[in-house]
Design a protein around this ligand. Sequence first.
Ligand SMILES: Cc1cc2nc3c(=O)[nH]c(=O)nc-3n(C[C@H](O)[C@H](O)[C@H](O)COP(=O)(O)O)c2cc1C
Ligand SMILES: CCCCCCC(=O)C(=O)O
Length: 374
Amino acid sequence: MTNSISNLELPHSVSLLEKMAAESIENGPFTYVNSGAGNEITLKANIDAFESWQIVPKYLNDVSIRDTSSKILGTTFLNSFALAPVGVQSIFHPEGELASARAAAYHGVPFIASTFTSYSLEEIATHLGDTPRWFQLYWSKDEELAISMVKRAEKAGYSAIVITVDTSLIGNRERDLNNGYSPLKLGKGSANYINDPVFLERFKTRPSSDDKGVIEKIGDLLFNPSLTWEDLRTIKKHTSLPILLKGILHEEDASKALDYGVDGLIVSNHGGRQLDGCISSLEALPPIADVVQGRIPILLDSGIRRGSDVIKARALGASAVLLGRPFVYGLAVSGEQGVRHVLKDFINDIDTSLALTGCSSMTQVNESIIRRKK
Ligand SMILES: Cc1cc2nc3c(=O)[nH]c(=O)nc-3n(C[C@H](O)[C@H](O)[C@H](O)COP(=O)(O)O)c2cc1C
Ligand SMILES: CCCCCCC(=O)C(=O)O
């Protein structure tokens, strides 16, 4: 890995950074972040969907002072976005989540830590300062382990739990399969498991991340295909933190989420990494927003690449978005500096896009400024 290019040499577009990332790290990890499931139709649809909507700006408003923030479940999103939960970040840079956490803290961008990280959720928290953080839960087959992770997150200052629901199994990621590349088998996402008291109790002795038995056990426990809506009642009994569901695409599921007292939704197809051929996130958003009617916040990810995407997502009903692959490309190219660079550009682009839409605040962005391309 090179991972140490000076900021002056870093490009100001995600597509160029993506090319640079391909040259900076090995093919296995690059393909892992870059690829999607199956024929990558949904991966492409996520980007195309943003192109199929157009902003119709309204001018001659005073936009000299602007506010790009939004407040969601008590968390201030300074620029209406957070970092998406991304697992195994040490395959892109040795400092992995610690580097991206420091970059997030530098810019005050909320951070969502994955269950499947290379560093433990407690260690990541120490690199975040007072930056808002949420914890993404892969609800383990071992319920006690899942609850233990939630409790640890609560103790480490994470202020919401994001349960990913689109991952009953891992998607059919053909390019990774063809490469024979699996970060799970390399033991790169074990930190939250080998530091968990419930997991340790099952193992009796302290396991190491590259122990074959540990890797097998994590692989077995990681996802829980038997999970149902009723299981949400269990988690609510064990934590007072707000619960968001990540991966909601159907408006009927949004309606069920309201019935089950869920606190927020993240409309997402996991960046096209799970079910190929499923709807793009942006297309899924309007019917969900219709059902929700502002009762709980809606966030969106999958395909967010530039500031105008944030404006479009907001206009169609999202309060904020999550940034995924672009920050990982920055991490791969230049560690913390690379992520900082991506965040700086993205923040500037959001601010510029807001002003050029003719709005001085995100609260003014609504359906009146967006039209579907004919
Ligand atoms: C390398 C990588 C790892 C990811 N790991 C997780 C994860 O651990 N948990 C999760 O809920 N989503 C995970 N995601 C999905 C992201 O949270 C997000 O939904 C997706 O990246 C959005 O698509 P985009 O990056 O194309 O915008 C991962 C995505 C990538 C690219
Ligand atoms: C190799 C299995 C781990 C999957 C967890 C990370 C993830 O969600 C992803 O999309 O990749």
